[in-house]
Ligand binder design. Structure first.
Ligand code: PRX
Length: 664
């Protein structure tokens, strides 16, 4: 570069140089989706080739129309034929130190047998099966068995409570529930079957409950005629189950996620587009090689586990590590020990975990030989540059690129992330996701839906359909339309490569730099991210209000050093109910029971009124400012200013009380 060039000329040059190959992929994906996606989809095995790549009737997209496929066939049978038969699919390790290894052949056998078990229990194509299991091999086995017979799985995170499970079973009208006796977390026994039983009591559709003996508890309650042991059913199961051919546009699964209302949303993913998308995005972002050892630490109960512990890595024939336990148990170096033990080459985790390990200190990392690592990844929430640098230096020893992947339950797979599988562009800790993957037409817009200038905060929107996009919300297409496709209207300042134009709203704040790199800045809606887990404030508020003492509740996310955000609630009580420390404890337990331990509030403040606008809307923005000690800003729409004074006082009093408790 000559010295005479102005900085803008240099920027121009960079724009062309950075990611030339990536841009070419992007151009083809958006300008010739038929050709581009046909080429990619050929990497999967289809029983019948598609006739049309995309039929787009906004906001409903059908991908690979006419194509016939089976997910379990692509994850398993294909590997039996291509030389991976005796390769390890999963190295599994339990928190208490026990291990299991499953080759592709063994996994294939288990899946076939369990598919036959499901058939015997009356499960047919299109039926729903709820799965409530810890991170044990039976979880992917059960999912793939559903996929083999064309049934839809609905996995519910094992950390969720009985009532959260019941809501999800009822919405999906699942026939079968698969669960386990118990599991360990931080050495403590969690009695999962007990929660499952409590949930089933609140449902009508469950006919049978299949129970995996994970721990071997003596006194697991089993209901005669309804509950069956997994190992007993498997004893006499036939060894082969032919994969059921399904249409590319048939749903593969439902996964519930939080939104801005109390009711969780049943995100539905397709069999064809979803598989193509997770196959392609894993290749682009992590470029797995035959001798890689892939470890994604996310629980399979979340989309990350569905896409990148089950479907994509198995289709790529990758060997994985799967761990059922806490990251810091029995000591803070448990993860680093596992990486060393199995020679993990690609490691994928969440910023909240990185921040927690940062706190423990680098000596825990340095005790282990992590030289096998070649790529590091992160997902779930914005990663701050400090955590990015620590991950890069301390874990990756400045050798491994950090692949920060932005995506959502709804998007099926990675959307915006560096793509070393195509071309690695220079990474920036502060704009760490770089730009959209091929086929992802991402833009940042302002309130009017117009593109923002560099460094101006706006909303991240997607301007073209992509193969991994959700098909709809389970039995609620109207909600699907309303939530994702109505916030912004197409306008002349936005360019739409795929027509008719439509705008997918992500719910995230973001900005671009002058090179088009993107930075995520948290949720723009009423969704909180606690340690990467997505929780709707309204869902929490409804749970509070169900308590007999509570009249009203306002829940907000407060910045938290490790978890990203923590849950804080302001609560008003019914006539005759008095605030007390006992009630505070009771409410904490109530929320844990209603939703799960991830939703435990960090603080609950009792007030006599909530700050509201004259039209009665709770001003959560003001409460957020109060708990974080920020300026209140404009309070002209506040109906009663004393409400905010009261909130300030409640926060101060609790702080003082807690300080005194600590001292004593
Ligand atoms: O706010 C974004 C955040 O997580 C949301 C999606 O949550 P969920 O559906 O639970 O899926 C999480 C795993 C894919 C997004 O709307 N998010 C996810 N990844 C990132 C992120 N925020 C910033 N950077 C990321 N890499």
């Amino acid at each position: 570069m000559s010295e005479e060039k102005s900085s803008s000329e240099v920027q121009e040059e960079r724009k062309v140089y950075f990611g030339e190959r990536l841009r070419e992929f992007q151009r083809r994906a958006l300008e010739d989706p038929e050709g581009f996606w046909s080429e990619i989809a050929e990497n999967l095995v289809w029983f019948k080739r598609w006739e049309k790549v995309l039929v787009w009737d906004p906001p409903f997209a059908k991908w690979f129309v006419g194509g016939v496929i089976n997910a379990s066939y692509n994850c398993l049978d294909v590997n039996l034929k291509n030389g991976n038969k005796n390769k390890v699919a999963y190295f599994w390790e339990g928190e208490e130190g026990i291990t299991r290894t499953l080759t592709y052949y063994q996994l294939w056998r288990e899946v076939n047998k369990f598919a036959n078990v499901l058939k015997k229990l009356g499960v047919k194509k299109g039926d729903r099966v709820s799965i409530y299991l810890p991170m044990i091999p039976e979880l992917p086995i059960a999912m793939l068995a559903c996929a083999r017979i064309g049934a839809l799985h609905s996995v519910v995170f094992s950390g969720f409570s009985a009532s959260a499970l019941a809501d999800r079973i009822n919405d999906a009208e699942a026939k079968i529930l698969i669960t386990a006796d118990a599991f360990y977390r931080r050495g403590k026994l969690i009695q999962l079957k007990k929660s499952a039983d409590e949930a089933v009591k609140q449902t009508k559709s469950i006919e049978k409950v299949v129970v995996v003996k994970r721990v071997g508890l003596e006194d697991t309650p089993m209901t005669e005629g309804r509950d069956l042991w997994w190992h007993e059913l498997m004893k006499d199961a036939e060894p082969y189950c032919p994969p059921v051919p399904v249409d590319a546009t048939d749903p593969l699964f439902i996964l519930y996620t939080s939104g801005t209302t109390g009711k969780p949303k049943g995100v539905v993913h397709s069999s064809g587009g979803y598989l193509v998308w997770v196959w392609a995005t894993m290749k682009w972002a992590f470029d797995p090689k035959p001798d890689d050892i892939w470890w994604s630490t996310a629980d399979i109960g979340w989309i990350t586990g569905h896409s990148y512990t089950v479907y994509a890595p198995l289709m790529h024939g990758v060997t994985q590590v799967m761990y059922d336990g806490a990251p810091d148990y029995p000591k803070p170096d448990r993860w680093w020990e596992i990486i060393e033990k199995y020679g993990v080459t690609e490691f994928y985790t969440a910023p909240t975990a990185i921040r927690m390990h940062m706190r423990f200190g680098e000596e825990w990392v340095n005790k282990h030989d992590l030289s096998t690592l070649r790529i590091l990844g992160t997902v779930g929430e914005p990663i701050d540059p400090e955590a990015w640098r620590w991950y890069y230096k301390v874990v990756g020893k400045e050798r491994c690129p950090i692949i920060d992947t932005w995506w959502q339950t709804e998007t099926g797979g990675f959307m915006i992330s560096p793509a070393p599988g195509i071309e690695l562009v220079p990474l920036k800790p502060n704009f760490s996701v770089s730009y959209g993957l091929p086929g992802v037409h991402a833009e940042v817009v302002n309130d009017e839906g117009k593109p923002t200038k560099p460094y101006e905060r706006g909303y991240l929107v997607i301007l073209a359909p992509w193969p991994g996009m959700l098909m709809t919300l389970w039995r609620d297409p109207e909600r699907y339309k309303r939530v994702y496709w109505t916030k912004f209207k197409p306008n002349e300042e936005l360019e739409f490569k795929i027509k008719p134009p439509a705008i997918y709203y992500t719910g995230d704040y973001a900005m671009k730099d002058e090179e088009g790199y993107i930075k995520f800045m948290g949720r723009a809606d009423e969704v909180i991210k606690v340690a990467g887990h997505r929780i709707g404030t309204i869902e929490l508020e409804s749970a509070f209000i169900e308590h007999p003492a509570v009249s009203e509740a306002a829940v907000i996310g407060k910045p938290h050093e490790i978890k990203g955000e923590s849950i804080v609630a302001f609560v008003t009580l019914k006539e005759g109910c008095e605030p007390s420390e006992d009630l505070r404890k009771e409410l904490r337990m109530w929320i844990r029971k209603r939703i799960g331990p991830v939703a435990t509030p960090e603080a609950i403040y009792f007030v006599s009124k909530l700050p509201k606008t004259r039209s009665g809307k709770i001003m959560r923005r003001l409460l957020k400012a109060v708990v974080s000690g920020a300026k209140l800003g404009d309070i002209s729409t506040l109906e009663d200013a004393s409400s905010i004074q009261e909130a300030i006082k409640a926060v101060e009093e609790l702080k003082k009380a807690m300080g005194e408790e600590k001292k004593s």
